[in-house]
Design a protein around this ligand. Structure first.
Ligand code: SF4
Ligand code: SF4
Length: 204
């Protein structure tokens, strides 16, 4: 029949149009800020128009999502903070656009270098979110963040992130990348157990 396709197309459009209002009523008052709502509305169960109402609604991020890197630090029970970073400089060497600068620390008495950065900078306008720094870091000290809301009114100094701005506790890393964290911790525990076994065998 002539025009059959056109009628079918109009029917689909109308169905989505009405479905949008039905979905709005179904999620009345619960549409935003709820994981349950966003997960359903981003699944095949959703009806109507699927536009995400950012910033009220945000899509859930996959664990592997990469934005700007951050530096991981450990916090002891007494509140002492220890950077994982040893300022070895590998991340700065492998960074394709060369947007990492590291200021190494020196022992104030001997003047010799010590394995800790005095400062650490990343130019976030240049960073291309490739994740190579995190891949190559031998100390699991730099990881890719999920935080993508970094807009500011000053695009110069505020886009050069320093060590304070980049540092995050290991708990934060665990919260955004639980699988990676679990794999790394298992490898660390295995290495530690092997080291202890060697030590015991040596002292026997
Ligand atoms: S973040 Fe990792 S690779 Fe980069 S300087 Fe620190 S320890 Fe080395
Ligand atoms: S994510 Fe890539 S571009 Fe960004 S700092 Fe790391 S290595 Fe450099």
């Amino acid at each position: 029949m002539v025009g059959e396709g056109l009628i079918k197309g109009l029917y689909v459009t109308l169905k989505h149009f009405i479905g949008t209002y039905i979905d709005d009523i179904r999620w009345l008052g619960r549409r935003y800020y709820r994981d349950e709502a966003i997960l359903t509305r981003q699944s095949p169960k959703a009806r109507g128009v699927f536009t995400v109402q950012y910033p009220e609604e945000k899509l859930p991020l996959p664990e592997g999502f990469r934005y700007i890197p951050f530096l991981v630090y450990e916090e002891a029970e007494d509140g002492t903070i220890e950077d994982r970073c040893t300022s070895c400089g590998i991340c700065a060497k492998v960074c394709p656009p060369q947007c990492i600068w590291i200021e190494r620390s020196n022992d104030p008495e001997t003047g010799r270098p010590i394995p800790a950065p005095t400062n650490f900078y990343i130019d976030i306008d240049i960073c291309m979110n490739c994740g190579l720094c995190a891949e190559f870091c031998p100390f699991d000290a730099i990881k890719m963040d999920h935080d993508y809301e970094l807009a500011s009114y000053n695009r110069l100094e505020s886009h050069i992130f320093d060590k304070d701005r980049l540092s995050r506790p290991v708990e934060y890393y665990r919260s955004i990348r639980p699988s990676d964290y679990a794999v790394e911790e298992a490898a660390r525990a295995e290495k530690e157990a092997a080291k202890n076994a060697r030590r015991r065998a040596g002292s026997a």
